[in-house]
Design a protein around this ligand. Structure first.
Ligand code: IPM
Ligand code: MN
Length: 357
């Protein structure tokens, strides 16, 4: 098979973790005789520095011409600490999601046996947890307009907007995923307060009628946040709007043991993007200490979702689990008495495992 991918490392630890994920992808493609071609492009703060635009046209064109995008992370402290900056790295990510029509962000949460005892949550609570968060990605508060400040600067506002069409397509997708899994769907909203949430609930109830086999439940987001750490095993598929999904999936990463472990796939109208859920972790940039596993697992999702290469994706997941069982892990998950490995050592171990197995 021919695989033609765009590689967007971005900022902070992005380039380091993407390098490892790319090496792993190359190794898998060699093993299974796939022809991989890839091109790099700029996004985020590094793109602002070079072009003034966090999502340059050249990057968008490359994404549109590719079969899949492997993405690292974006963000830089100089922007985080400057609320008055008018051009921001995050706008690059939002523009990419909007321009590629990526309305659904799929974030699977599972546990790894060797990490269960390192979680801040009790082993009996998280053992066997296995759910999938489907986050709406191109609507809601992150995109709604107007957004801004009053003239005197003392009042600020954001707007949360959702149309029936936007809700329908993501909720339908979530039901379809639930049908392929354990047939349970949790719809998370704040329908006791928000008008947009009430529309979500109304539309969801209509769509639920087309999926009688799926057990559907509705949870308010505050309650869902509690349930996620109290009883994560009660979830199969969760669907929710943009900001709730952003927050709940960071919370979900605690169940796996580290932010550095959660991959994601963003799918929609054009080329799909595969990215770790973590940020650019600027404090660790260039130190070769960041956990590359979330990005490596995102590459596995890329092979499965964008190319239908299931065996290849499974081999990567197996290699990742094996690296943890062998205690070849970065400092975030090393735990007491375990010597931590560097980003590149973890990546190389996984490449070697793939070559041998
Ligand atoms: C994520 C990130 C982004 C988001 C930021 C960097 C804009 O936190 O992918 O979850 O909020 O969507
Ligand atoms: Mn986030």
């Amino acid at each position: 098979m021919k695989l033609n991918i765009a590689v967007l490392p971005g900022d902070g630890i992005g380039p380091e973790v993407v390098e490892q994920a790319l090496n792993v992808t190359i190794a898998v493609c060699e093993k299974y005789n796939h022809e991989l071609s890839y091109k790099h492009a700029l996004v985020g703060a590094c793109a602002i520095d070079e072009t003034g635009n966090p999502y340059p046209d050249a990057t968008h064109e490359l994404c549109m011409q590719s079969d899949a995008v492997l993405f690292g992370a974006i963000g830089a402290p100089k922007y985080d600490n400057d609320p008055s900056a008018t051009v921001r790295p995050e706008q690059g990510l939002l523009a990419m999601r909007k321009n590629l029509g990526l309305f659904a962000n799929i974030r699977p949460v599972t546990t790894f046996p060797s990490l269960v005892h390192k979680s801040p949550l009790r082993a009996d609570i998280i053992e066997g947890a296995d759910f999938m968060c489907i986050r709406e990605l191109t609507g809601g508060l992150y995109f709604g307009r107007p957004q801004g400040r009053s003239e005197d600067g003392d009042t600020a506002y954001d707007t949360c907007v959702y149309s029936r069409y936007e809700i329908e397509r993501i909720v339908r997708l979530a039901f379809e995923y639930a049908m392929k899994r354990r047939k349970k769907l949790t719809i998370v909203d704040k329908a006791n307060i928000l008008a947009t949430s009430r529309l979500w609930r109304e539309v969801s109830k209509e769509i639920a009628e087309d999926f009688p086999e799926v057990e559907t439940e509705y949870l308010f987001v505050d309650n869902a946040a509690m349930r996620m750490i109290q009883w994560p095993k009660s979830f199969d598929v969760i669907v929710t709007e943009n900001m709730f999904g952003d927050i709940l999936t960071d919370e979900g990463s605690v169940i796996t043991g580290s932010m550095g472990l959660l991959p994601s796939a963003s799918i929609g109208a054009h080329t799909s993007v595969f990215e770790p859920i973590h940020g650019s972790y600027p404090q660790a940039a260039g130190k070769n200490i960041a956990n590359p596993l979330a990005t490596i697992l995102s590459a596995a999702m890329m092979l499965e979702y964008a190319f239908g290469l299931k065996a290849e994706a499974e081999l990567i997941s197996k290699a990742v689990t094996a690296s943890m069982d062998a205690n070849v892990v970065t400092e975030d998950i090393a735990g007491e008495g375990v010597k931590s490995s560097s980003t590149s050592e973890v990546g190389q171990w996984i490449v070697d495992y793939i070559k041998k197995n």
